[in-house]
Design a protein around this ligand. Structure first.
Ligand SMILES: [Ca+2]
Ligand SMILES: [Ca+2]
Length: 334
């Protein structure tokens, strides 16, 4: 077969798979008998892990409902934190941002788990449900942070709804709180892999690109983690507004665990993206499961977890695979 004909056939197959994936998903959505499909997405029972070896690399997904806060343990005394969850502050008194904060819970978790020492923290993007708690965390004298990764706030990519939000104020509060404690702030986010104990860490979506008015979500920093042969991607609030998910999918490649983008909202987790990553586990940092997003994940057969309903979770990176379990009761919200 001629190379050009072969290439054409491959293109046709790829397009058919892509279109088929989309319409297959849509046909599921439009099906009149959704109740019959729901058991497919029933959540697995979560076991309490008691026999994991000390120093096992792990991600802790705190239960901050539909906001993000993850602690990453690289073994030894190496800890890091991705996002700090929503805060009680609402400096512009916006009704839609009148949300409960998790400052006390996050502080308790950080102190109990890490002893207060974090090698680095990452603010994935300037929304209060991701970076709102950092100023309170930094202000506590028991907390020390080696490096604060936080992009400069840029107005150029904000979308319409963000005009009324507190993005820039929350960003400034985080920067000021870091300066107050003398924590090093790095705004030029590195894209090269680096080590956190046993983890290899790589930040993705670090480029400052025009994002078709996708706002802060579209410019979120993703975190790729690998240890003991297991790979995870923390997708922040990345979406496909400016085709980031399509661009990042081949860069990320096959993974074992996905922190589902944007708390499971339907604008993230494009079907091509999640099926290219093909995770074995998918964690929704959300108050509840989004059925549409679960449907998009269904071809991967990923086991689905929701922090808002199952409480805080720990994903251990063992040589034989990732093990997800509920973390110790004393870290629960109540
Ligand atoms: Ca807030
Ligand atoms: Ca705050």
């Amino acid at each position: 077969m001629k190379k050009s004909l072969k290439a054409l056939l491959i293109c046709i197959v790829c397009i058919a798979v892509a279109v088929g994936g989309y319409f297959g998903t849509l046909s599921l959505i439009w099906s009149s008998n959704k109740d019959e499909m729901l058991p497919v997405y029933a959540l697995p029972a979560v076991a309490v892990s008691t026999d994991t070896p000390t120093d096992t690399p792990a991600i802790y997904f705190l239960n901050t409902q539909s906001s993000d806060c993850m602690l990453i343990y690289g073994g030894g005394d190496h800890w890091a934190m991705v996002d700090s969850a929503e805060d009680n502050d609402n400096p512009k008194n916006v009704a839609s941002l009148d949300l409960p904060g998790y400052e006390d819970y996050v502080l308790t978790c950080v102190k109990n788990l890490t002893g207060g020492k974090l090698d680095w923290v990452l603010g994935t993007h300037c929304h209060s449900d991701h970076i709102g708690g950092f100023d309170t965390l930094f202000a506590d004298p028991a907390i020390t942070v080696g490096t604060v990764y936080l992009k400069d706030y840029s107005m150029k990519n904000k979308n319409g709804i963000e005009d009324s939000w507190d993005n820039e104020i929350v960003w400034q509060q985080m920067v000021d709180a870091a300066a107050e404690r003398g924590f090093r702030v790095v705004s030029d986010i590195p894209s090269e892999p680096f080590a956190l104990g046993s983890f290899t860490v790589q930040f993705l979506n670090t480029e400052d690109r025009y994002s078709l008015n996708g706002g802060e979500n579209d410019n979120s920093i993703g975190t790729l983690l690998e240890a003991n042969g297991q790979r995870a991607f923390l997708s922040a609030d990345i979406n496909n507004t400016s085709f980031d998910e399509w661009r990042l999918a081949p860069v990320i490649g096959d993974i074992d665990l996905l922190k589902v983008g944007h708390h499971g909202h339907v604008g993230s987790s494009d079907v091509i993206f999640v099926n290219r990553l093909d995770p074995e586990f998918a964690v929704f940092t959300a108050s509840s499961l989004t059925t549409f997003t679960a449907m998009k994940l269904s071809p991967t057969k990923a086991k689905l977890y929701v922090t808002g309903t199952e409480g805080a979770l720990r994903a251990d990176f063992l040589p034989e695979g990732i093990a997800v379990s509920q973390i110790t009761p004393e870290l629960s919200l109540v």
